[in-house]
Write a protein of this length. Structure first.
Length: 298
């Protein structure tokens, strides 16, 4: 009788017991709650974290969170004191944006031919350079953007910050005529003698490496992903080629005094490109110094 009872219990359990769920099939993953923070100053960067695939909107700009779990948004230098964000899952909030206080500078005795192309040869060189830059900015590569932070690309002191408006007054060496031009400095300059190493401030893909653009001189564009691209100008040597992938700290080039310069230095700019839009007219430069304030991790 004992054997018969055991067999009967096994048969009865074959149907009923199989329907009991086991604990290892139950998902215990908690949903990712959307948050937004970053370098919250005019000219800075908003980094929003959420589940991949969720849509995040910041100041009217929409992006889809990628596999890094982030969407990153440039903050214009004219952004209001408060900007809003929202997620497709319903979360939302406001971000307080600190204002900038940029200077106005006048630079006299400048070579006008470095301010504007004047001779037919200069204009042709400038036109070729413009086309090379536009083609490079049209490409977008995946990457962590500013998620792991940035380091300085050169061990050199700051010579000019991002943001000041510059008025150039000078004379053309080609025509002998005076000139006057006003522009906003969209880079972070470091006073480095010719030949100082330039390293990658963050991981990225090289999308441009040219030794002789008209205004920029020797130039490297490094796409970090999330629409963030570092631009290094006035280089004496270029050590990378388009398509190269580099890690933070890898050698990119050496500083120089090429293109439109008043002396040897490194000009580092960072352009934010809206990866959700095919229209590059809405892209703009942000302040590299603000990226240096973000936490650095491996």
């Amino acid at each position: 009788m004992m054997l018969r009872e055991i067999l009967l219990a096994v048969v009865m359990c074959a149907g009923a017991c199989a329907q009991v769920p086991t604990t290892d099939t139950v998902s215990t993953a908690e949903p990712v709650m959307p948050t937004c923070d970053g370098a919250l100053t005019q000219g800075g960067l908003v980094i929003c974290r959420a589940a991949p695939g969720e849509t995040i909107t910041v100041a009217g700009v929409r992006q889809i969170v990628d596999s890094t779990g982030t969407a990153q948004f440039g903050i214009s230098t004219t952004a209001p004191s408060v900007i809003g964000w929202s997620a497709s899952g319903g979360a939302f909030g406001d971000l307080a944006i600190a204002p900038r206080e940029d200077e106005f500078r006048t630079i006299k005795g400048f070579d006008c031919d470095k301010v504007d192309a004047r001779s037919p040869e200069q204009k042709a060189h400038a036109a070729r350079s413009w086309k090379i830059k536009q083609d490079a900015f049209a490409s977008l590569n995946p990457g962590a953007g500013a998620l792991k932070g940035f380091i300085k690309p050169s061990n050199a002191p700051t010579s000019s910050p991002f943001g000041p408006t510059r008025k150039y007054i000078g004379v053309s060496k080609v025509t002998g005529k005076p000139c006057e031009s006003t522009s906003v400095h969209r880079g972070y300059d470091m006073a480095a003698p010719v030949g100082t190493p330039v390293i990658a401030p963050a991981d990225g893909t090289v999308i441009l490496a040219d030794p002789d653009l008209y205004y920029e001189g020797g130039t490297v564009f490094l796409d970090h992903g999330q629409g963030l691209t570092s631009v290094f100008m006035h280089l004496s040597e270029v050590a990378v080629t388009p398509g190269d992938t580099v890690k933070r700290g890898d050698l990119l080039a050496k500083t120089g005094n090429t293109g439109r310069t008043t002396g040897p230095h490194l000009h580092w700019a960072v352009k934010w490109r809206n990866i959700a839009s095919p229209d590059r007219s809405g892209d703009f430069y942000i302040d590299p110094a603000l990226l240096l304030d973000l936490p650095v991790s491996d």
